[in-house]
Design a protein around this ligand. Structure first.
Ligand SMILES: C[S@@+](CC[C@H](N)C(=O)[O-])C[C@H]1O[C@@H](n2cnc3c(N)ncnc32)[C@H](O)[C@@H]1O
Length: 363
């Protein structure tokens, strides 16, 4: 698990003790607690049928921090199976509106079906959150009161061997979340140079045996390129670093997935664009699943939460820079043990959030 509740501002069982106040928006004060009974509609939105597709992580906490209100406008940048999206719509009844974005048409189809009960309050759009501002503007949304990111892949991605995300099931080495012409993982493994492969495994997977694995791939592919997930998993199991609780192929598969989908670049662009279109008092909430994502989110919030950006050698502030974000959960929030027991995929999640303060940039 990524961090622990003891090391941040939260008490046991993930209960939030201190969300920075006072809120600028007129959001109702809602207790953020895994124990909290939120809105009855939120509970019914999380029906068994849908949790079979994908169990939403930190769902109640995310909705509570976004504090949706009727009449508000919300964007779910990672619609997935529509868990967070439907909970936001339920909590913003009767008049809240939500734009749900996903780059994967098969996930968007699941989200669309799940949002059907909310009629035209929920709209689903195929696209990448790296262009969230454009997508919103094209649909007449200039500002949003809440923007949600629940990063990474959804359970159907991991569970379907044909998508090539899982090292535990044999399938084509694909890993593309969108089919927009981007190269697959097999393409990268076949075409990247030794240096490029080693850098991907090291920078995106923190794989200690990055160079050894890259060297073997490059040497072997002349004879027989790797095209299947189990072929790569077997090679990494032979050559990769051992020890720890995770399968030896975990880091290499994560690294390739990040590279195939430009996940870190998309996140940087998505956060910058979300900041542009957040209404004063609006909240951006982000759930990250590994340290590379979480570092980007943390830095994004920290940089915008600073009043002065003068170099440290200047004794008196001359920049007149003012913070545009108020950090809402210092240190972030991680799932409690009950959630992790029920959904082990939640174990590395961390929720961070910020509230937009100050003037909006003019577009
Ligand atoms: C963890 S799932 C979201 C699950 C969702 N919150 C729920 O409760 O059902 C992440 C989703 O984000 C999508 N996604 C990942 N990167 C994206 C991007 N750059 N743009 C749009 N969607 C993206 C994936 O296709 C996946 O469906």
């Amino acid at each position: 698990m990524c961090g622990s509740s003891a090391s941040n501002a939260y008490g046991s069982a993930g209960t939030v003790k201190a969300i920075v106040s006072p809120p600028i928006a007129t959001a109702p004060s809602i207790p953020v607690s895994n124990e909290a009974l939120l809105w009855p509609d939120v509970e019914s939105a999380v029906s068994r049928e849908w949790t079979d597709a994908h169990v939403s992580v930190l769902l109640e906490e995310s909705v509570a921090i976004l504090a949706p209100t009727s009449g508000g406008t919300y964007i779910d940048c990672t619609a997935g199976a529509g868990g967070h999206a439907s909970a936001i719509l339920a909590a913003s009844a009767p008049d809240g509106r939500l734009l749900a974005i996903d780059q994967d048409p098969s996930m968007l189809a699941i989200a669309r079906e799940r949002l059907t009960p909310y009629g035209d309050r929920g709209r689903c759009v195929l696209g990448s959150f790296g262009e969230v501002a454009e997508i919103a503007h094209d649909r007449g949304i200039a500002q949003a009161n809440g923007i949600m990111f629940d990063l990474g892949v959804a359970s159907p991605h991991l569970d379907d061997p044909d998508r090539g995300f899982s090292f535990q099931r044999d399938g084509p080495l694909d890993m593309r979340m969108a089919h927009d012409g981007r190269p697959s993982a097999a393409d990268l493994v076949r075409e990247m140079t030794f240096d490029e492969l080693a850098r991907v495994f090291r920078d995106y997977g923190e794989e200690p045996a990055a160079r050894r694995i890259a060297r073997t791939i490059v040497a072997d592919r002349v004879r027989r390129p790797i095209t299947r997930t189990v072929e790569l998993a077997d090679l990494v199991a032979r050559l990769g670093a051992r020890g720890g609780r995770v399968h030896p192929a975990t880091r290499v598969f994560q690294a390739l997935r990040i590279a195939v989908n430009d996940e870190l670049g998309q996140l940087e662009r998505g956060l910058a664009q979300a900041h542009e279109i957040l209404a004063p008092g609006g909240v951006v909430a982000v759930i990250a699943f590994h340290s590379l994502e979480d570092r980007i989110v943390k830095q994004f919030l920290a940089e915008r939460a600073r009043d002065c950006v003068c170099p440290p050698r200047i004794p008196v502030c001359v920049c007149d820079h003012r913070a545009t974000i108020q950090i809402l959960i210092p240190g972030g929030l991680v799932p409690n043990e009950r959630e992790i027991a029920a959904n082990p995929r939640a174990r590395s999640a961390r929720l961070r959030a910020g509230r937009r303060v100050g003037a909006l940039s003019v577009r």
